[in-house]
Design a protein around this ligand. Sequence first.
Ligand code: NAD
Ligand code: TYD
Length: 339
Amino acid sequence: MKILVTGGAGFIGSNFIYLLLRERPEWEIVCVDALTYAANIHTLNEAAKSEKFTFYKEDIRNRDGIYAIFDKEQPDTVVNFAAETHVDRSIENPGIFLETNVLGTAVLMDACLKYGVERFHQVGTDEVYGDLPLDRPDLLFREDTPIHTSSPYSASKAGADLLVLAYFRTFGLQVTVSRCSNNYGPYQFPEKLIPLMINNATHGKPLPVYGNGLNVRDWLYVEDHCRGILAILEKGKTGEVYNLGGHNEKTNIEIVRTILRELGRPESLITYVGDRKGHDRRYAIDPSKANRELGWQPTVMFADGIRMTIRWYTEHTGWLDECTSGDYVNYYARMYSGR
Ligand code: NAD
Ligand code: TYD
């Protein structure tokens, strides 16, 4: 088995590569990543020691470059993690989200058709379903919930999902799509809620909570997401969508308070700032299809996962410092100063 993983220098892709190296040691892994701001090449230092691992710095929008890699490597399976992923950045600059998330996905699928790749998996998000009301805890996202996006990020991911399913119907490409809730764990870039709050709390900086802090996200430990993708590759039915999530809904303020408590920092660091435009209220996944058809279920309880995550960041301050030097300083000023 030779698997080509795009976006493998990012958060979830790198965790997926490490899961494969541990649990599918006979598989050959080809990683393709453009190394955007969201990647940290040191994330893959351990993987690079394996003779089963090959890395290419390439942009999925670059058709010639992608075709050359497929021609050389002839992968059996492609898993597409590569994407622009941060909602706030998509509000600032939607164009790059359309280019990478929609057109880049099309380039990869064209390469699959051209080079006879047997299977294409698209890593999608629950954000394509839009949001749920806060006062209806009975409502959950199912695979047949209508697509109803709020942000340029989620709209671009929905466009990609629809294109992937169109390639199944029109060209017979053997595809699957997963739609997962919010992930947390090691190697997440500190622009996202949990690593940003851990980083700020560690440095005694204010913790910027958008709006009233009562928006709800459904958190899943990243390794459980990666196990779900592996289960879909090995047991999933092509042409199908699978939701992945852990029935673990938390308000943002609960998350922030947990981080402060675990790090022994005062709640006076919490600062309420202006809300995100179009801010989705609540995400909540119904993962029963993946459970029923694949036998998949989360294995890490939130109380354990968040402690492991906080410990990882406090033990990898060098990794965090690499992410927060350079352009991050400008990004942070643009996004938060005077907000
Ligand atoms: P990330 O931002 O941490 O990493 C994205 C990776 O893709 C980076 O390594 C980056 O360099 C690479 N990349 C970006 N543009 C590229 C391009 N044009 N060509 C090649 N590589 C490119 O993202 P993540 O959180 O690991 O998310 C991975 C996937 O999972 C995304 O498709 C995202 O939509 C989806 N997802 C994420 C979450 C979450 O909570 N983080 C939840 C559900 C789904
Ligand atoms: P984020 O990690 O950006 O994920 P997403 O918006 O894709 O779910 O944000 C998670 C939640 O945390 C979201 O409701 C916005 C909120 N948030 C803050 O309150 N402050 C912040 O600094 C960030 C980055 C997010």
